[in-house]
Ligand binder design. Structure first.
Ligand SMILES: Nc1ncnc2c1ncn2[C@@H]1O[C@H](COP(=O)(O)OP(=O)(O)OP(=O)(O)O)[C@@H](O)[C@H]1O
Length: 351
């Protein structure tokens, strides 16, 4: 039994990167799995038992918009690393389409792929991947050297990104002379030096201790604000995903469980798995007023203070509790609902 997989036409859409029906199957004769409805529907264990194959990525489809931070989150073994490697074909997908800037990446030959990897994508790895015998500045300019750029240009560009990531003064040190956090700054600088269209991060901060990790997350938020690059960020850490992601894809056993913004995952979990995943998130720091506004009751005063629907519950708490009238949630002059002490306390008490 063979099913024909159908995908939409390569993009008239605004997506920078479009992933359509992507599969990566490891094991013997992997290509039969995506096209075989019965095999494709088997659980991870049953598929392995019947075929000896593991579907690390299962029928994933999503678009990444230009300038967006797209986070892929999931527990160990959910397929995140395989997915991010499939995006540049460092791991060869088994089925599906990858459209980047309108180009079908699966049709690209080795030469074209190498060019794309050098000029359009940069990767930041968990274990930094720095060259130990090269100074910071030479690590940062390495990609430019490979691309054949002249010495003066390389140096100028490397210095620019070294300044950008806060490494000025460390140019002539070797990686082993730097702390983990500093080494990952070198990794970031090296990735930015190529001026790629997409930065791919594979759990870049997992090896760092929690304080440095938070500092680096803030650094990525700042860099994103400054350089506006499209980012695909892999993590198993929910708070990291919520802090960085414009949109989050939650994966389990290779498949998508939910796509959404952080507040959508927390406010409207798709199933019990997601509910359990987000259970300990301080809801007041993630949910916005649009999630808790309700219809005004008959006779309720509507002359209270106004706030927008995107204000975080935490930020609105004081105003709501101090006001003797319900706070109005208003967008473009339209009343979306009201919020009183009850609604606020239900969230804050749960946080
Ligand atoms: N080369 C391979 N051969 C066979 N199975 C593989 C291979 N690479 C990955 N897998 C399997 O695919 C599944 C997904 O692995 P992957 O490393 O992508 O997950 P992950 O979410 O990145 O996990 P982690 O955070 O632990 O790296 C796992 O079951 C893994 O054992």
């Amino acid at each position: 039994m063979t099913a024909q997989l159908e995908y939409p036409d390569p993009q008239e859409s605004d997506a920078l990167l479009s992933i359509q029906g992507l599969w990566k199957v490891f094991g013997p004769k992997p290509a039969r799995v995506p096209h075989h409805p019965e095999l494709a529907a088997l659980s991870r264990e049953d598929l392995y038992r019947r075929t000896g194959c593991t579907a690390a990525v299962r029928d994933l489809s999503f678009d990444v918009a230009p300038g967006e931070v797209f986070v892929v989150m999931g527990l160990s073994g959910s397929g995140k690393s395989t997915l991010v490697r499939c995006l540049t074909r460092l791991v060869e997908p088994t089925a599906g389409r990858l459209i980047f800037e309108g180009e079908d990446l699966r049709a690209a030959d080795e030469r074209r792929l190498r060019t794309l990897r050098r000029s359009k994508f940069s990767m930041v790895f968990q274990h930094f991947g720095l060259l130990p015998h090269r100074k910071v500045i030479d690590n940062v300019s390495y990609g430019l050297e490979v691309r054949g750029e002249g010495k003066a240009d390389r140096k100028r560009r490397a210095q620019e990104v070294i300044d950008l990531v806060g490494l000025r003064g460390n140019e002539n040190l070797y990686p082993e002379q730097l702390s983990g956090g500093m080494q990952q700054r070198v990794g970031l600088a090296r990735a930015l030096a190529n001026d790629p269209d997409v930065l791919l991060f594979d759990e870049p901060f997992s090896a760092l201790d929690p304080l440095i990790r938070r500092e680096m997350q803030t650094e990525v938020v700042r860099l994103h604000r400054e350089v506006g690059k499209t980012m695909v960020f892999i993590t198993h850490d929910l708070s990291e995903a919520l802090k960085l992601g414009d949109r989050i894809l939650l994966m389990r056993d290779g498949a998508a469980v939910q796509f959404g913004t952080g507040d959508e995952l927390v406010g409207a979990p798709a199933d019990d798995y997601v509910r359990e995943f987000v259970r300990d998130v301080p809801r007041a720091d993630v949910l916005t007023l649009r999630w808790i506004a309700r219809r005004p009751r008959d006779g309720e005063p509507l002359d209270g203070p106004e706030l927008g629907p995107d204000v975080l519950v935490r930020e609105a708490t004081r105003l709501v509790l101090e006001s003797d009238r319900p706070v109005k949630v208003v967008s473009a002059g339209q009343l979306l609902g009201v919020i009183g002490d009850e609604e606020i306390l239900a969230v804050v008490a749960d946080s």
